[in-house]
Ligand binder design. Structure first.
Ligand code: FEO
Length: 402
């Protein structure tokens, strides 16, 4: 049975929700599912903007057929060719053989690489090109690396709707509520939106900044992303988040303590530091056991907060593997501009602190590693409490300059 939403008087959401998928991109947990958004414009010509993942193909086709109500599909605009949006292209071609596909040169290259038969039906567009579908005229804006190189966004100059591809998306299924003003985004969605952005697009901050600059020059009334709610009010709220995230600026002054502890001793130091920070008035403190927290969540929180404490045991004369993986992910996602404090532990040949400092200073950009650190030899002792206090003082002091 079809299940669609009206977006504007002649634009329909014809996407689908996926609550069965466990891991997005087979790597990121999505306990609240994800939506694959697709939009169908009924103008003089009929125009479909992007498709959905193949897993949602049945729902998608039912939706498209219901909204078309017997009309043929004239155009399919592909803003982003990653399979969570492009996988149903061939099904659309089979069902609507006269359809013309509008996209970028690189997207057509990818379609061929994925094995799609598109010859004779493609219309290549570049930045600034326009198409008139009747009442609606759209213009195409290149958005390379947001989040693949072929990506573009499409702006409807007639009504101010921006088809934003992966930009301004979020994890989470829609549960009937399509628009941002139908949900409490700041309460129920922002964590999933941040985890989506930081892990999926986070590496490409400069490219997102470039897109935001272009967006600043057009009068956007509505943002239709490929995942998550459609934005029709309070656009500035989300644009501001994207601006901060893509400049790698923290949203909040606060401390994330990420600890790797085998027998609870490094965790004890992390607990002491959290307590010392709160006693000094810094209550925006969160703690994560890196062995029990998915790295996508660690990354999201690292983007959110200004200060990070890395507390790690030494393992095989190196950094504890799960902590090392977190650091590698931070680097891969281009995270920068954080103040970091270190707690190290080792029963012999304690190395984790110097190795983490070296990683931060030599592999990442604009990371400030505090001089004070805490070194444990197997377990916390009474005299470590002085080091903990000094580290807490140092973190608080460093916040004064932020
Ligand atoms: Fe939602 Fe880059 O695909």
């Amino acid at each position: 049975m079809y299940c669609v939403r009206k977006v504007t008087e002649d634009l329909y959401w014809v996407g689908a929700n996926d609550r069965r998928l466990t891991l997005f991109e087979n790597i990121h947990p999505i306990p609240r599912g994800v939506s694959y958004n697709s939009y169908l414009l009924l103008d003089k010509k009929t125009v479909l903007f992007d498709t959905v993942d193949w897993s949602a193909g049945r729902q998608f086709i039912e939706n498209v057929e219901a909204v078309l109500a017997g009309r043929k599909l004239d155009y399919l605009v592909i803003n982003h060719m990653e399979p969570d949006h492009g996988a149903s292209i061939e099904e659309i071609i089979l069902r609507y053989p006269e359809v013309k596909i509008i996209s970028t040169e690189k997207a057509f290259l990818f379609m061929r690489q994925f094995g799609f038969s598109i010859d004779g039906r493609i219309e290549e567009v570049k930045e600034g090109d326009t198409r008139c579908f009747g009442k609606h005229t759209v213009t195409f804006v290149a958005a390379p690396m947001v989040h693949w190189p072929e990506a573009m966004v499409t702006f409807d100059t007639t009504n101010g709707v921006l088809f934003a591809a992966d930009a301004f998306g979020s994890f989470g299924s829609l549960d009937g509520k399509l628009f941002n003003d139908e949900v409490n985004f700041d309460r129920d969605w922002i964590d999933d939106a941040r985890r989506y952005y930081t892990n999926i697009v986070g590496k490409y901050g400069p490219q997102v900044q470039a897109l935001l600059k272009k967006a600043g020059g057009i009068d956007i009334k509505m943002i239709c992303p490929l995942h998550g709610p459609v934005w029709r009010t309070d656009l500035g709220y989300f644009l501001d988040k994207y601006d901060k995230w893509s400049r790698y600026e923290p949203e909040e002054t606060g401390v994330m303590i990420a600890y790797a502890s085998m027998y609870g001793n490094t965790e004890a130091a992390a607990n002491s530091l959290a307590t010392a920070l709160v006693e000094r008035g810094m209550t925006n403190v969160v703690m994560y056991d890196v062995s029990k927290t998915h790295v996508s969540q660690l990354i999201s929180e690292t983007f959110r907060l200004s200060h990070i404490v890395l507390a790690s045991v030494t393992y095989n004369l190196g950094i504890y593997p799960v902590m090392h993986n977190y650091l590698m992910d931070m680097k891969a996602l281009n995270l920068q501009k954080r103040t970091v404090a270190i707690i190290e532990n080792g029963s012999w040949a304690c190395k984790s602190g110097s190795l983490m400092r070296d990683f931060l200073e030599n592999n990442m950009k604009q990371m400030t590693v505090l001089d004070e650190k805490v070194t444990l030899s197997s377990a916390m002792r009474e005299d470590n409490l002085d080091e903990i206090g000094a580290l807490a003082d140092s973190i608080i002091e460093s916040m004064k300059n932020k």
